[in-house]
Design a protein. Structure first.
Lengths: 470, 548
């Protein structure tokens, strides 16, 4: 906030001289470079070793962080895949791209899947802009929340997703590499994604329980069905009962999945590198949301806006720039598209410039402050409607629209969001509430203008029954 | 007189935009850090009975002086014709349907959205009220039949809530609806605090002049006049023995005909109407003296330069212009309010605003001036851009009024029971039909939900009223009962306010284009407000406000 100059104010790892050298290169843009955007679906920041997790389960991701820029305080705009991921490709909030739930209309027998072009026809996607600028664009995903029917393929020359599955990088990586090999003479925009870490995916050969306590009584086995049951129980009752050892088990399962995915990604990087492309590629590693492991009494993701669900990794590597730089400024997933366009120095039409709600993080790479207040939202299955603001000085306010629930957390002293300070800090709560409403009004979503009634908008067929009572 | 406050005023004028991120030490203090607020709410005050609004009688020298230092809004509208409904609308900046205060029932926490005192308290204000309108505190418990003062939505958020007491037996209304003098003592005792003081006076409410000292009460009386109700020969029963124009008399007057036993037994003369106005004006004059005392006190305590003062009517009253009395419906005599705002540094002093504004605009204006964010639930708008000349439109261009037919509901729930228990207030012919009427009312309102009501849209030029449930109104109408004749209610009424300010002629049939345009806008508003309607919690214990 007002600090000038190079390298002052933000945290910096590495010698000053080396950094000065890096500056000159960062100063330049990265025209015609490749961009590989990787989403490790459901990976929360807290479980990444280079973001502070004690278990060293992410050696590949850590290595990239070590040579790149690690945004340790990146917040996703939503807490589940469908709304969160589309924000990377549009630079707008879910309330604007309108992929807030699986169905645009759910009134059986009348149902209509959400689709970007139909719901927000004026939005131009990142892939479209890059394609217009001569890029070959390819998306290789695990389907489900990022499937082509939602419009994720908009602007991609090729967009892979296997219908009906929560697909793994075991499938998307080979397909991606095939495409890269066939297009390596072109400038590339690659979106690589897999559900390996997600609760609805189990390893093809089963778990090996590498991190599970030896004495665990195997009440749970880590199956997708168990995960789903725990989530639904949490939604129906407001909480699930889990023993400490069960929570540890589920985290161990999560860690195994993360570790395995990290290994698959390492293989991807090796082959990608063998094509000689690493030196002209910007890598962006991130995730769309995290996972709750009982921090607030429930399980899985989508239904709240606590940090275990919205605090996600954002690691950016720039070729030829020695990094290992940690950037603690709070930023948002809405900044990804502006950052890519800025770094690639792509000409951006006025309409697209006006569309973007975030800002480029490139100044952070030069040590300038980029901290901002960030907003998040979820309308998860119409089970709940929540909106939040996280201020850059560490206050988090969450508003639940269907019951006017208000929560205020002092993240500096209570990072776990356990003590609601709404009554004790009424002025901060009041001002942040107005900030939230004001923000959403400014993006065309007047939260006061309608009733917010819980309803039904299922993701899986098993959820297509009467709306849960609360 | 104001120089002492000047140093506070400079800081106020230089106050930075609240969103500034500059060094806090350099940023001037926000206005809410050093500005007191006094909201003076006067029940039943007709602006056109004040000198400042052009009244010929010199009823209000002190208010007129205050007006010269203030912005005077010449076209301010109440959101409803009934006191607690109109005032809760002001305190929340919400239409009645949205905040839930639509009738004369009230439960302890029925209004959940933030009120002005609540917000100011959050910003460190000491909050106090001095209230002599029993609508804001007196409750009738139909379960026990007792009058109680439990405290509820009107008293919450006040550090001290001083309300008048009925006192020993006798004229309880005289004790209740007097001047809220304790406000002056409170200011003396709290002058060093940053405060929000709400002064609500019920003195002007019927019975007119009841709480005015006797020799002042008659200052405007016609010579040698005896109230008409003491002169009417009645075969049975009796009307009020008092000389104060009271509800028990005027609830029987329609088109200046006094009804008894379903017959018009007397037609009010010009002198009778003049007497009613005389007693009303005596109340205005007496209230004016209190306002003068208040302003002198603020000057003497050097608070004038650091206090924002808002003087408002809660709503007006009909005073016989159309032969009707009280505040039963949505005529301009009922809806037009006095509204004056005096800023601490005298800014805008002497300015007169002709554009229409509404009750829900008061709170956003106050908060905006104090540099407090306006709550998102607020439905009105700040009037500061209008005052500063920076508004391209203004929030009150189209004003909306929401009237649910709770008048008759309230009658059925309390008044009729109470009055008929007094025996001879109703002659035998009426008493026979009264039970039937009362039962019919109870049955009509039995669901305790919001009956679709009357809605109105008003501009600087027109007023359009739409009766959404004319059949219900026709059926329950008090006027139909007391006159013995069907009180025919039109579904649509359009009045040309410039050429017909007394709204004598419904020109809906003659101006179809105007009707179409305004009706479309009115229905659009109705739908949007309906969507945000507060919902009653069925298990909430509801008490009744016992005064019509």
């Amino acid at each position: 906030m007002g600090t000038l100059g190079l390298g002052l104010g933000a945290s910096l790892v590495g010698g000053l001289s080396r950094y000065a050298e890096a500056l000159d290169r960062v100063e330049g843009k990265y025209k015609d470079y490749n961009v590989v955007l990787v989403s490790f679906d459901a990976l929360q920041a807290a479980h990444v070793h280079s973001l502070g997790y004690p278990r060293a389960i992410t050696p590949t991701i850590d290595a990239l962080a070590g040579r790149g820029f690690n945004f340790t305080n990146n917040i996703s705009v939503a807490s589940w895949t469908v709304p969160a991921s589309m924000t990377w490709f549009t630079g707008v909030y879910p309330s604007e791209h309108k992929l807030t739930n699986k169905f645009a209309v759910y009134e059986p027998p009348v149902t209509k899947l959400s689709n970007l072009k139909e719901l927000a026809p004026n939005i131009v996607t990142l892939a479209e802009v890059l394609k217009q600028n001569g890029y070959a664009t390819g998306g290789f995903t695990g389907n489900a929340g990022v499937n082509g029917f939602f419009g994720y393929g908009q602007g991609f020359d090729t967009y892979f997703f296997e219908k009906g599955k929560f697909g793994s990088m075991d499938q998307s990586v080979p397909k991606a590499l095939e495409w890269v090999a066939a297009n390596k003479d072109k400038k590339l925009f690659l979106f690589l994604h897999g559900y390996d870490i997600h609760g609805q995916h189990v390893p093809a050969s089963g778990f090996d329980y590498r991190y599970v306590d030896k004495g665990y009584d195997r009440k749970y086995t880590g199956s997708a069905a168990e995960q789903e049951a725990l989530r639904e129980e949490g939604l129906a009752k407001g909480h699930v009962s889990l023993r400490d050892e069960d929570v540890r088990f589920w985290r161990a399962i999560y860690d195994e999945k993360i570790n395995r995915t990290d290994a698959v990604f390492k293989k991807f990087l090796a082959v990608y590198d063998s094509y000689g492309l690493t030196g002209k590629t910007i890598f962006i590693l991130t995730s769309d949301h995290g996972t709750e492991f009982h921090e607030h009494g429930r399980f899985d993701h989508g239904f709240s806006l606590y940090n275990e669900l919205v605090h996600v990794p954002l690691i950016l590597t720039l070729p030829g720039v020695p990094g290992g730089k940690v950037i603690k400024d709070q930023v948002s997933s809405i900044d990804v598209m502006p950052t890519v366009l800025d770094l690639l120095d792509v000409p951006v039409a006025d309409a697209v410039r006006k569309q973007l709600r975030g800002s480029s993080l490139a100044p952070a790479l030069k040590g300038e402050p980029v901290a901002k207040d960030v907003y998040a939202e979820t309308d998860y299955r119409l089970y709940t409607y929540k909106r939040s603001v996280s201020t850059m000085d560490g206050w988090k306010f969450i508003y639940t629209l269907e019951n006017k629930g208000r929560e205020l957390y002092d993240l500096k002293n209570d990072p776990g969001e356990t003590v609601n300070l709404v009554e004790k800090q009424p002025k901060i709560a009041y001002e942040l509430e107005q900030k939230v409403f004001s923000h959403f009004r400014s993006i065309g979503s007047d939260l006061s203008a309608r009733r917010w009634e819980p309803g039904l908008n299922p993701v899986y067929d098993s959820q297509a029954k009467a709306a849960p009572k609360k | 007189m104001r120089a002492a406050g000047a140093m506070f005023c400079v800081a106020a004028v230089l106050a930075a935009h609240p969103a500034g991120s500059a060094d806090p030490a350099a940023r001037p203090a926000a206005r809410h850090e050093h500005t007191n607020v006094i909201l003076i709410s006067l029940q039943c005050l007709r602006p056109d009975h004040l000198g400042a609004y052009g009244y010929k009688r010199r009823t209000s020298p002190f208010i007129d002086a205050f007006a010269k230092q203030s912005v005077v809004f010449e076209n301010a509208i109440a959101q409803a014709n009934l006191t607690p409904i109109a005032q809760m609308s002001v305190l929340t900046s919400q239409y009645p349907r949205v905040n839930g205060m639509v009738s004369f029932e009230v439960s302890r926490d029925m209004v959940t959205d933030k009120t002005l005192p609540e917000i100011l308290k959050i910003y460190g204000y000491t909050t106090a009220a001095a209230v002599s309108s029993p609508e804001f505190f007196m409750r009738y418990d139909p379960g026990t039949g007792a009058m109680i003062n439990p405290g509820d939505i009107f008293s919450r958020s006040f550090d001290s809530f001083n309300r008048t007491m009925r006192g020993p037996e006798g004229r309880n209304l005289r004790n209740l609806r007097r001047l809220p003098n304790e406000s002056l003592e409170w200011i003396r005792n709290n002058k060093d605090k940053k405060f929000f003081l709400w002064i609500a006076s019920g003195l002007l409410h019927m019975p007119y002049g009841a709480a005015v000292p006797s020799k002042e009460r008659s200052r405007y009386d016609p010579q040698n006049y005896t109230p008409f109700w003491k002169r009417i020969p009645l075969q049975s029963g009796r009307i009020s023995a008092d000389t104060d124009p009271a509800y028990e008399v005027f609830s029987r007057v329609r088109n200046n005909d006094f009804y008894w036993g379903f017959s018009p037994v007397y037609h009010l003369s010009a002198e009778d109407v003049a007497y009613v106005n005389a007693r009303y004006d005596a109340g205005v004059h007496y209230t004016d003296q209190f306002i003068g005392e208040l302003m002198n006190l603020l000057d003497s305590l050097e608070l004038t330069g650091k206090t924002l003062v808002i003087l408002q009517s809660i709503h007006g009253d009909e005073l016989g212009e159309q032969g009707n009395y009280f505040h039963y419906d949505m005529t301009d005599t009922v809806l037009k309010n006095a509204l004056m705002i005096r800023f601490p540094d005298g800014e805008f002093g002497g300015k007169r605003v002709r554009e229409q504004v509404q009750g829900i605009d008061i709170m956003p204006t106050v908060l905006n001036y104090l540099e407090i964010p306006v709550p998102h639930e607020a439905q009105g708008g700040s009037l500061l851009p209008l005052l500063r000349g920076t508004a391209s439109a203004y929030p009150g261009e189209f004003a909306f009024v929401d009237r649910t037919p709770w008048w008759e509901f309230n009658l059925s729930q309390w008044y009729l029971d109470f009055e008929s228990a007094k025996g001879d207030r109703f002659p035998p012919s009426e008493r026979k039909k009264l039970d039937e009427y009362r039962s019919m009312l109870k049955a009509s309102f039995s669901t305790m939900e919001y009956p679709p009501g009357d809605i109105a849209i008003r501009t600087n030029e027109w007023k359009l009223i739409l009766r959404k449930n004319r059949d219900l109104l026709d059926k329950v109408s008090w006027w139909s009962f007391i006159t013995g004749k069907k009180h025919v209610i039109e579904e649509l009424e359009l009045y040309d306010l410039r050429s017909d300010p007394l709204e004598k002629k419904n020109v809906a049939a003659e101006r179809p284009a105007v009707v179409a345009r305004l009706k479309a806008k009115l229905l659009e508003w109705d739908a949007s407000v309906e969507m945000r309607k507060a919902r009653y919690r069925k298990d909430d214990k509801r008490l009744l406000i016992p005064y019509p």
